[in-house]
Design a protein. Structure first.
Lengths: 288, 288
């Protein structure tokens, strides 16, 4: 935690650059492209760019709604209007009166759980919220009760705001987790993605002083200038991202490293970790 | 998550004000005073007040150091110089050259674990980082391997920055958790308290753009105007706080409620929770 640690860490990373690959080091093939229509780019006032990776495999109807909302430029001119400390930052149309574009399903099915457990890894220690947890091959944190499976409410995951059950929310109002994972929301809300760039712009906003972190009348919500799918942006402006695939021994070694931190800083390895402390790496695609 | 939910929640709380007490409702005796010398008040520039509850029972030598540092006004004029997203906000003397006051132990013993498990509650589901976890009677989150016990690195907990092991840090540099609980730090770092007021001032600071969230040269660290023990402040200025005691059936009922959220918002109760999602309530002492 001291500056000394920083310098030591830098020296260590310099040294390892020349060393042979460790078991946890990915090979190039482990980095796989995230499709352009699975990246949503939100631009906040002040040139703050947020990139969200979408999860159409887990919440297809909700993600289809998100794509329609983005293509209709529906979020342009809306705002980030709720920031509740250690919980969520939420955005959309604070009035809840803006009409939805044609084709958007106002109340989709409850896409909270999937029919099968598609994780290829498993955390060593038990999960307080599920029989098991791990990662899907394409880099999502997943939990299961042995029958159904679901995405987990980890930091930076994006979910769909809704009213009281059985409402599921259209996707027009979204939130992201900015504190300790509120895993009690798992299986109760649709998760549709993960913030993979610009999370700090959502997590460091002033907290709302109204009830439940809603901005009070004397607070200024953050304007949303635009939300676009990367696939709808001019090619030169599109962000390109890759996820680290979890279906290989290198990822498994990385995961065991997350569960057992090493000297010289750590002296007691935990022997396990919460899946939310082992979020699969993503990176910007290297420029070819 | 919608405004409608907010209104419903408000209506619900109005209704319950007239209802008989629920099993999870505390009685007055459950609220117990936090001693004045276990409250540390940090004032940041801009009149932002942060109050930290100290944990002398768990880290006596470190907390003794903190009291000496506060009494020497050692932190006055230092700064908050590191904010790493989803990890920690850290403060103290960024130069690491300011001499420590007389009597401060430069390298205390490793007060990472205690000799006995003093929790009076136990979480229903397993903990990914320990054989068991729960709460001490005086409202601290605790984990244990069946032999030793330790405080857990939950959101808003305060720890002591240190160099590589076997350094333990003096307490001059402190951090608080601003993201998902980095429980891998448990048993590797001394925890000395919990932020119980003003956490939002530390969690919403701009993230440091330097390595590991240290502020880069073009960023302005947040000045610390003063740090004082409440017991050293004029009586009229002292904050007064109470913790909710965990040694009673009402707290146990509250905890089961945290593990099983209820309709109308929730339709699937989790059947368990992470101890960091069940942080014991604290409140300002009512004015008599």
């Amino acid at each position: 935690m001291h500056i000394v640690s920083l310098i030591a860490a830098l020296l260590q990373s310099t040294a390892s650059a020349a060393a042979p690959p460790a078991p946890a080091d990915p090979v190039e093939a482990d980095w796989r492209a995230i499709p352009d229509d699975e990246l949503m780019v939100m631009t906040l006032a002040g040139n703050r760019r947020v990139v969200i990776r979408l999860a159409p495999r887990y919440a297809p109807v909700h993600v289809d709604n998100l794509r329609k909302l983005a293509r209709a430029h529906w979020w342009d001119g809306t705002s980030v209007y709720r920031v509740q400390d250690n919980y969520v930052t939420q955005w959309g149309d604070v009035t809840e009166k803006k009409p939805l574009p044609a084709g958007v399903v106002a109340n989709p099915p409850a896409e909270y759980v999937g029919s099968r457990y598609d994780a290829v890894t498993r955390m060593t220690r038990p999960d307080p919220y599920a029989a098991k947890s791990g990662h899907s091959a394409d880099g999502w944190p997943v939990a299961s009760d042995g029958k159904a499976a679901w995405l987990t409410h980890c930091y930076a995951m994006v979910g769909v705001g809704r009213d009281m059950a059985p409402s599921t929310g259209s996707g027009a109002e979204l939130y992201t987790v900015i504190g300790h994972a509120p895993r009690h929301l798992d299986r109760n809300i649709a998760l549709v993605g993960r913030v993979i760039e610009g999370m700090e712009f959502l997590s460091s906003l002033p907290r709302g002083t109204g009830n439940m972190g809603f901005y009070a009348p004397d607070q200024v919500p953050t304007p949303i200038l635009s939300v676009r799918l990367a696939s709808d942006m001019p090619a030169a402006q599109r962000p390109h991202y890759q996820f680290r695939a979890a279906d290989n021994a290198r990822f498994a070694a990385w995961l065991r490293g997350r569960e057992n931190r090493e000297p010289p800083f750590f002296t007691v390895p935990a022997g396990g970790a919460d899946v939310c402390n082992a979020m699969p790496p993503v990176r910007k695609a290297p420029v070819r």
